[in-house]
Design a binder for this molecule. Structure first.
Ligand SMILES: [Zn+2]
Length: 285
């Protein structure tokens, strides 16, 4: 961070005697009440950066369905192939990657996002933390510069990162925000600038899996669509992966979608289904 911005930030949050360490404690922001509602966007570009090919659907599927329906251009960037979550001795990484790819493509199709809009970085499931960080940040920064999105969706890098059970979520969260900064400045990875990937500052980010959400999207009207898209990730539910070759996929997906739709209606929610994010304008600079 540039010094001027750091001083401004310290002043903003009233850091005094506690100094820098205190200033770095994340403070939950109040619910966003501004006019710039993403639900009303049309003709904008959205980039979703996700560790696995199901996090996007489960956390943001309703919002993405609404954005697609409203004529926005949505691209999905996936860090891993999600190819290690099986103890079946007959399963291979290649076969599992194929299953997960087909499931994501089907989920995206249901949400209104064509398969051609999905980019797979193809890293092994669970191994993101061991990938060269500089190269990975550059790869994601290049994608951000290529798409030049009006908004990025990704995993929240903030609290409680120590509680992340999945290393790909922890790692992906930090790489995404580092890449947002690297995309914004010309002299970060100057080779990208030279290769025609001009710097691009993403105006706003929406973080899912957040412990400090400040933005709520009412997705009730597309809840059935989200349930169908979530059910398309069939191998992620219970023992479905072990039975994958024996089940009637279409029938099972239909049943799952019905169960998921019922499950989305939380007690006290007045029949509304919502998705919650941490909205921030601080990461693209
Ligand atoms: Zn995941």
């Amino acid at each position: 961070m540039r010094m001027g911005r750091m001083l401004a930030l310290l002043a903003l949050i009233g850091a005094g005697a506690g100094g820098l360490a205190e200033a770095q404690i994340a403070v939950a922001e109040p619910e966003y009440t501004g006019e710039d509602r993403i639900e009303k966007w049309t003709g904008k570009t959205i980039l979703v950066v996700t560790p696995h090919p199901d996090d996007d659907t489960f956390t943001s599927g309703g919002t993405l369905a609404m954005l697609a329906r409203n004529g926005n251009d949505i691209s999905i960037l996936i860090y891993t192939s999600d190819n290690a979550g099986s103890n079946d001795p007959r399963m291979t990484k290649e076969r599992l990657a194929e299953i997960r790819r087909a499931e994501e493509e089907e989920a995206c199709r249901i949400l209104g996002i064509p398969a051609g809009k999905i980019t797979w970085l193809g890293y092994d499931d669970g191994m993101l933390e061991y990938v060269d960080r500089r190269e990975l940040t550059k790869q994601v920064a290049r994608e951000i510069r290529r798409h030049r999105p009006d908004a990025v969706f990704s995993v929240d890098p903030g609290a409680p990162y120590r509680q992340w059970h999945k290393s790909d979520h922890r790692s992906g969260a930090f790489i995404t925000v580092d890449a947002l900064r690297a995309a914004a400045w010309r002299l970060y990875f100057p080779e990208l600038e030279q290769a025609g990937f001009r710097h691009w500052s993403v105006p706003v980010s929406f973080f899912y899996y957040s412990a400090q959400p400040n933005y709520t999207v009412d997705v009730t009207e597309v809840a059935a669509l989200k349930a169908r898209a979530s059910a398309a990730h069939t191998s992620q539910f219970g023992d479905m992966l072990e039975k994958y070759d024996q089940i009637d996929l279409e029938k099972r997906r239909k049943e799952l979608a019905e169960e998921l739709l019922k499950g989305q209606l939380k007690p006290g929610a007045n029949g509304r289904v919502v998705e919650r994010f941490r909205r921030s304008t601080r990461y693209g600079s």
